[in-house]
Design a protein around this ligand. Structure first.
Ligand code: HAM
Length: 433
C-alpha cells in the first residue's frame, strides 16, 4: 500500500482516460466556436462571496459543498475553490466591463470544479465541466438554441440517447407567491418531514419538490405545480421556448419538479439525462436562465442563460459502452541502431525528425538491435529507422514494420519518405473507415 493516495473523491486521469477527456474537450471547443462562443478562463478560486452571493447562501453547493481555503494569517480575504463556473464568469463580465461588448456576450470555459460532495458513482469532489454562457439576451430563442447545442454535444460525443427535461421556475414577480402556496401545501405535514426537509421548508422550499426522501413521495406527487402559478410573462416565455424547441424538432418533457440546486435561476431551467436514467444524481448536465445574477453581483440588470455539462459523467457513460478512449497514436518511426552504445547518433536523428514535425521516438537504451526492434513493434510504430555502418555514407535502412519490408534510404530523403509513407498510410486508413 503506497503511503499517499489521491484525496477521496478525486482521481488521477491516466493517459487513456485523459485522452477520453481531451476528445470531449475538443468536441466542446469546436462546437462552441461553431455556435459563436469564445473561450475564457477564470481562476480556480475566487473570493467566497462570489459564490455565496451568486449561487446563494442556503444552497447545498454553498452551505455544505464549498471547498473553503484556510486563510493565511496575513491574508484577510476568504477564498473558496470554484464549485461551478457561472458565478466566476459573471464576476469577470462585470470586472472587465463586458457589457460594452457586442451583445450577447457568448463565453465558454472547460475545466475542473470542486464540491465537497459525498463521493459516490458519478459524484466527485473534483470534476470537469464544459460551461457555456450567453449574457445579454433575454430569449426565448437563445434558450432553445442552448438546449440544441447541449444535445448536439452529447450526440457528437457518442451518446445518442440523451433527453432534455425542462421547467420554468418563474421570476421575482411570481415565484414568491408560489413559494407561499408550496409552504402551505407542506406545512400540515411538517411533523412528518425529515429534519433536513423541515429546515428547507423555511429556507428553500422549492428544493422539497426534487427531494428523493421516500417520506415526501406522496406529498410531492400532490404538490402545486409552478406552471399553474407563473405570471403571464413567465408563462409566455416558457411557451415560446417550447415552440422554438418544436421548430427545431427537439422533443422535450416538462418536469414540474425540476428546480435546480442554485439560487440564481429564473424562468427557464433544464437538465440533460440519459433515457431511462432520470433522477437528480444522474444529470449529465444542466443549466438555465439567470436574469437576476448580474444585478445581484453589482451590475446593471442584464439577462443571461447558460449550461454546464459534466464531462466525467459523459466519460463514464461512454466507458460503459466501451467507447470512451480514442485509439492512441503510436510513433510513426522509431530510430534504432546496430551499435547498442551509439545512442548519441540515434538521439541526433530523432531530434532532426521531430524538428520536421514527425512523431518519432528513438531507442535510447543500450541494448541489442533485436530488442530495440521488438520495442518499436510493441509501440505500434509504422517504421524502424536502422542506423548502421552506412550512416557514414549518409544512408539508413528504413524498415516497414507493418509490411515486413526494408530498403536503404538517403538521410537527406528520409523526412520526405516518411511523410509520403505516412500520408498514403492515412489515406488507406480513411478509405477503409
Ligand atoms: P449543476 O447542475 O450544478 O449546474 O452542474 C452541472 C453538471 O455538472 C451536472 O449536471 C453534472 O453533470 C456535473 N456535476 C455537478 N456536480 C458534480 C460532481 N460532484 N461530480 C461529477 N459531476 C458533477 C451548474 O454548475 C451551473 N453552473 C450550470 C449553469 C451554467 N447554469 C447556467 N449557466
Amino acid at each position: 500500500m503506497p503511503a499517499f493516495r489521491a484525496p477521496r473523491g478525486t482521481r488521477d486521469l491516466l493517459p487513456a482516460e485523459r485522452a477520453a477527456f481531451a476528445r470531449l474537450e475538443r468536441i466542446a471547443r469546436d462546437l462552441g466556436a461553431r455556435y459563436g462562443y469564445r473561450e475564457m478562463e477564470t481562476p480556480l478560486f475566487e473570493l467566497s462571496g462570489v459564490f455565496e452571493r451568486g449561487i446563494g447562501e442556503v444552497t447545498d453547493v454553498v452551505e455544505k459543498e464549498l471547498f473553503r481555503l484556510a486563510p493565511r494569517t496575513e491574508e484577510a480575504e476568504a477564498w473558496a475553490l470554484r464549485p461551478e463556473a457561472t458565478a466566476g464568469i459573471v464576476r469577470a463580465y462585470l470586472q472587465h466591463g463586458m457589457h460594452t461588448w457586442p451583445s450577447p456576450v457568448k463565453l465558454m470555459l472547460t475545466g475542473p470544479m470542486f464540491r465537497y460532495d459525498r463521493p459516490q458513482a458519478g459524484r466527485f469532489r473534483q470534476f470537469w465541466q464544459w460551461d457555456v454562457e450567453a449574457i445579454g439576451d433575454a430569449g426565448p430563442a437563445v434558450d432553445a438554441e442552448l438546449v440544441e447545442l447541449g444535445l448536439r454535444f452529447y450526440r457528437d460525443a457518442g451518446l445518442a440517447d440523451v433527453d432534455v427535461r425542462l421547467n420554468s421556475i418563474g421570476d421575482g414577480v411570481c415565484r414568491p407567491a408560489y413559494i407561499e402556496v408550496l409552504r402551505a401545501h407542506y406545512r400540515p405535514a411538517i411533523d412528518r418531514l425529515p429534519d433536513v426537509e423541515r429546515a428547507r421548508l423555511e429556507t428553500n422550499p422549492l428544493r422539497l419538490l426534487d427531494s428523493k426522501d421516500p417520506a415526501l413521495a406522496a406529498l410531492n406527487a400532490g404538490a402545486p405545480r409552478i406552471a399553474d402559478h407563473l405570471c403571464d410573462p413567465c408563462a409566455e416565455h416558457l411557451a415560446a421556448v417550447r415552440a422554438h424547441l418544436d421548430a427545431l424538432g427537439i422533443g422535450h418533457v416538462v418536469d414540474h419538479a425540476l428546480v435546480r440546486g442554485l439560487d440564481y435561476y429564473t424562468r427557464t431551467a433544464f437538465e440533460f439525462y440519459r433515457r431511462g436514467a432520470e433522477g437528480q444524481q444522474s444529470a449529465l448536465g444542466g443549466g438555465g436562465r439567470y436574469d437576476g445574477l448580474i444585478e445581484l453581483l453589482g451590475g446593471r440588470p442584464t439577462p443571461g442563460i447558460g449550461f454546464a455539462l459534466g464531462l466525467d459523467r459523459v466519460v463514464l457513460a461512454l466507458d460503459a459502452a466501451g467507447r470512451a478512449a480514442p485509439p492512441e497514436a503510436g510513433p510513426l518511426a522509431v530510430v534504432v541502431g546496430a551499435d547498442p552504445g551509439a545512442t548519441a547518433e540515434r538521439l541526433r536523428i530523432v531530434t532532426l525528425l521531430r524538428g520536421e514535425g514527425i512523431r518519432a521516438r528513438a531507442d535510447l537504451g543500450v541494448r541489442k538491435l533485436g530488442r530495440q526492434l521488438e520495442g518499436a513493434s510493441r509501440d505500434g510504430a509504422h517504421f524502424a529507422i536502422i542506423l548502421g555502418d552506412e550512416l557514414a555514407d549518409g544512408e539508413v535502412q528504413l524498415r516497414d514494420l507493418q509490411a515486413g519490408t526494408q530498403r536503404p534510404v538517403r538521410l537527406a530523403d528520409l523526412v520526405r519518405e516518411l511523410q509520403r509513407a505516412d500520408a498514403s498510410h492515412r489515406h488507406g486508413e480513411a478509405a477503409q473507415a
